[in-house]
Design a protein around this ligand. Structure first.
Ligand SMILES: C[S@@+](CC[C@H](N)C(=O)[O-])C[C@H]1O[C@@H](n2cnc3c(N)ncnc32)[C@H](O)[C@@H]1O
Ligand code: SF4
Length: 423
């Protein structure tokens, strides 16, 4: 199935590696060297939390949900199958900078995200994961993650997921303060994520992440400390902690616009971030990315590291975004349009873009500098010495063993750091 702006004759013309594109053509740990992922999206949620602007449909407890879920999972499988059958070149850039091979690389990570994938019955959720193993070669040590909501993930689901090769779950706990959970419109108690972590471990899930949000209106520093210490006691090996982001189109955004909710204060958010670093660091967690902590490097999220290393990944499902060698594409955010397109043999892709070499350099830096380890010297264009000195003098970046890394301040001024490096 042809995708918008895809194959052309030029894609089969190999381009020589020159000094200017060596970092792109022969990466050491970024781009195609970072692995190959598959992201699949399930857009359904029981209801939409007031802060969330992800591609989700609030489906409540409607009678026809079961039929809708089965229909959607069939469409996901068809969509993946068609993308795989079309071959790699159908998705690669048309500028000839990419390698010309049509075969798919071995999959190193799979991420089933949402929405709420665990709103699907366990067997359907497992069937989505299995479809990737059916269609592509998956590495024996691949990381296979499913995003779970605490109130819809339990023993039966974890057992079904382990059976199909799931190695990791990522669960939205958000907070352990009941009043904050209520403000966030969460449907689970403070106890439920801890119980779910125990059940997942008992079922044999090796990797467990909890997502947290800080700076919710009404949350205090003590609430946040209590949330973090509760996470340490829960026995997870990974934590993602996000500052509450206000999106204008959400109920939170509108409430702030009407003056009935307070916008999170920047200084308070900076303090909460510092508390997260102190408490999680004290618990042995490595702060390896702006918003992510892992109990040792073996527990980092390989799928997310693939994103930050500007790697390649397929995108399957409503609102999903894919990337291959500097070309990006995304599917429609409308579930009905997605189903109509796939079921009638059309592509659900709503848009795509190809980055030129300068844009790729910009993106490589912007993503790579999010990682504490920064970028391998061979994986980014050699910085102009004056620009590098300027960014270092401004306290935004540093170098260690040749690697370009952000400083603590630079992590919060990434756009400025990159624009100084690539003026
Ligand atoms: C794609 S969401 C799905 C997670 C899952 N459905 C759940 O709610 O448990 C992944 C994570 O993004 C974070 N998130 C979503 N909206 C956010 C916002 N406006 N500000 C900060 N974090 C947000 C939450 O921590 C959430 O767990
Ligand atoms: S359950 Fe998760 S994906 Fe759904 S609306 Fe809430 S935060 Fe967003």
């Amino acid at each position: 199935m042809p995708l918008a702006g895809s194959t052309s004759a030029s894609s089969s013309v190999p381009q020589p590696t020159t000094a200017a594109n060596r970092w792109w053509a022969d990466p050491v740990e970024s781009g195609s060297a970072a692995g190959f992922g598959v992201y699949l999206h399930v857009p359904f949620c029981h209801h939409r939390c007031g802060y969330c602007d992800f591609a989700t449909d609030a489906v409540g407890d409607r009678d026809d949900n079961e039929a809708l879920f089965a229909r959607y999972v069939s469409a996901l499988r068809v969509d993946l199958g068609r993308q795989v059958a079309a071959g790699r070149r159908a998705l690669a850039p048309t500028d000839g900078r990419d390698r010309t091979d049509d075969a798919w690389p071995t999959v190193t990570s799979i991420f089933l995200g949402g929405g709420t994938p665990t709103l699907l019955p366990p067997q359907l959720c497992a069937a989505v994961v299995r479809s990737v193993f059916d269609e592509l070669d998956v590495a024996a040590d691949a990381e296979v993650t499913v995003e779970c909501n605490p109130e819809t993930a339990g023993e039966a689901l974890f057992a079904a997921l382990v059976d199909v090769g799931v190695t990791r779950i990522s669960m939205g706990a958000q907070s352990f303060t009941p009043s904050v959970l209520a403000t966030l419109e969460r449907r689970h108690t403070r106890e439920r994520p801890v119980e779910a972590v125990r059940q997942a471990r008992a079922a044999g899930i090796g990797g467990i992440n909890l997502d947290l949000i800080f700076g919710t209106p009404g949350e205090t520093d003590d609430d946040w400390r209590d949330t973090l210490t509760s996470v340490l006691a829960a026995g997870t090996d990974h934590v993602s902690a996000y500052a509450l982001t206000i999106h204008d189109s959400t109920p939170f955004g509108r409430a702030i616009g009407r003056g009935v909710m307070r916008h999170p204060d920047d200084d308070v958010q900076a303090d909460r971030f510092a508390i997260a670093r102190e408490v999680l660091g004290g618990g042995g967690f490595e702060h390896y990315e702006v918003s992510n902590w892992a109990l040792g490097s073996g527990n980092r999220s390989r799928h997310n590291v693939l994103y930050w290393r500007h790697g390649d990944y397929l995108a399957v499902g409503v609102g999903a975004h894919g990337h291959l060698a500097g070309r990006r594409w995304w599917s429609t955010r409308s579930t009905s349009r997605y189903l109509d397109a796939v079921e009638s043999g059309r592509s659900p892709v709503a848009g795509s873009e190809e980055l030129d070499l300068d844009q790729r350099a910009h993106e490589r830096l912007l993503l790579g500098l999010r990682l504490r380890e920064g970028l391998h010297p061979a994986d980014a264009p050699p910085p102009d010495p004056m620009a590098l000195e300027d960014a270092m003098d401004a306290g935004l970046v540093t170098t260690a063993c040749g690697r370009l890394q952000c400083t603590e301040d630079g992590w919060f001024l990434l756009d400025e750091a990159v624009s100084r490096l690539l003026p």
